[in-house]
Structure formats: C-alpha cells, structure tokens
Design a protein around this ligand. Sequence first.
Ligand code: AMP
Ligand code: MG
Length: 337
Amino acid sequence: MPARTYRPSPRNLRLLAAALRRGELVAMPTETVYGLAANALDARACRKIFAAKRRPANDPLIVHVPDLRAAEKLAVFNEAARVLAKKFWPGPLTLVLPKRAVVPGIVTSGQDTVALRSPAHPLARRLLQLAGIPLAAPSANPFGYVSPTTAEHVHAGLGRRIKHILDGGACPVGVESTIVDVSDPHRLRVLRPGAISARQLSDVLRAAGLRATVSQPQRKPQVLAPGLLDQHYSPHTPLSLCTRIASALRHEPGSKTALIFWRKPAGHARKNWHWLSDAGSPEQAARNFYSLLRRTDATGHTRIVAEKAPASAGHLGVAINDRLTRAAGKRRAPGSR
Ligand code: AMP
Ligand code: MG
C-alpha cells in the first residue's frame, strides 16, 4: 500500500504521534528538510529507518528533541554545548556529544557520541511534544539521492516503503543543519556546513566568556562523520559544476544540457535554463536548491551543469557548494564502499 499523506490537523498529529510511539516510521517536515522519524530509544524502530532508506549501518542518525532538558537525558553536555543550545535551539544546529547509555548503538553506528538537534518547525515540535519521545530522523529520501523539501518529494522516493507522511508544505531553510562536534569543548569541529556558520558559533562562545576554537569542515571527515561521503545528494543525471556558467555555455550551446544558474540571467531565458534565485539571495537559493535539482533531474536532459554559489553568498553559499560538490561527486563502483 502506498504511503498516506496527512494534513496537519490536531487529530492527524495525535494519530501520527501514536504511530511513532508504536515504533512506526513517520516522515515529518522540519525547517531544514523532511525527516524520516522513529522512536530514537527503540532500536527496532530505528532499524526500520535504515531499511526504508537503504542506508548503510555506518551512517549515524541525528536525534531530534524538544529542548535542552530532553537533550541532556541523551548526552553528556559541557558548558560550550549548553551555551550553543541556548542560543541556537530550536534551530538548524546539530551538536555531537558523548552519548548516554539509553541511546541504542544503532542510532550512533556504534560510536560513543550522539548527534542532537531541537528543530524549529512547529509541526516537528508538535509531534515531539505529543509523542513524548526523542525522534531519530535522517532526511526522508532513499540513501544517496537528493534530499526532500516537500511531502511530494518524500512520496516520490519512499512512498512504497513507508506508511505515513505529514505534509507541512515546503521547508523554510532548505538545506540540512550545521553539524558541530562539541565533545571537546575547547576545540569544536564543524562536520557539515549549514545555515549557522563557524563564525557565529565562535562569536557566541566568546561572548559567553568561553575559550574555544571552531574549525571549518574538512574535505574528508569520514572518520568523524561517517555519513559525509564524497558522493551524496545526487541526481540520476550526471552533474558537473562551474564557477561561471557563461564560460560553460560556450562549450555547451546545445539543449541536451540543463543549466542551473546561481541567479536569474539577464536577457531572454531558454527552456533549459533554471536559476536558484531571482537576484542572488542565498536564502532563496537554499530554499529552492533541492527542488530545482529534482526538477532538472526529471527533464530528461543528458547532463546538468550547475553554477557554484559565489563567495558573496556567505555561509549558506558554502553549505550549498558542499551539497553541490557531493551531488556531483564520483559514483563508487557497484558493491565497493
Ligand atoms: P542526515 O542524514 O542529514 O540526518 O545527517 C546525518 C549525519 O550526521 C550523518 O551522516 C553523520 O555525518 C552525522 N552524524 C550523526 N551522528 C554523528 C556522530 N555521532 N558523530 C559524528 N557525526 C554524526
Ligand atoms: Mg541525508
């Protein structure tokens, strides 16, 4: 039976919270992307996430909590982590901290740290509140494909593998959370760039009188964050990147290639031209990013060429370029890891 999509009525929210408590999976909107949620304290329920997404067991899950109090039951917080949670939660910031024994090993892929986030989306918050349990929730898409930012995207990817999808419209941020490892409170490491920058994190820590360095994401952080693969978020159509599309156009005047511009090009647009923003707004580009990647993937072109975000797009531009680079990443040979 295909998945049922639920409007967010009070009755449906109660029903979905009960399904989560029974150990079922529910796809839910968050402010970043749609998540595929399960009871984070129930190893059997979490195993269903890995099965539905065909996600390898060495890719740990982010656990969603209503607030800092609930988070402290799952992980050992230090002062730096508390300061960041108080400042940025609810919001698109994930903290990696030493886990407590209640968190099943399957959630953390056997690691002794757990990734925690308190989402800001009112529907995710309502489900957390009604269910009364922490929710493990990776993006609600088949592993490796483009992340979902609408209920339709979830249905297209997982509609035959899950039963419940909560429709909350389009996600307001559009790219995944910033992940920061705070297990060493003096040396924080950003593992994945997102809507909150390393600079914002270090400013807040300094203002609180804490001495800490915050390092930028490494190109190859697989050891610390095993899910951050070179190839991820990928459309089926081969994707290549360029810094200025005008130069790419010279090599590709034909219409077999779909072009994704950073901002709307001047002049008369062609049918195979798409753009992430009207006038270069990084926020609008982030909101459109995954939808546009999916739409161009469905147009039947043999290739997609996308323009990278310019440096002026700031940390959201960095987050988008991180996803673009992985989306264009080399596919591994079948069976190889
Ligand atoms: P997502 O699939 O967007 O929910 O992102 C989950 C990602 O969070 C994983 O792929 C890891 O890169 C990262 N992550 C989750 N738990 C941990 C952890 N304990 N330590 C480091 N990174 C983690
Ligand atoms: Mg994901």
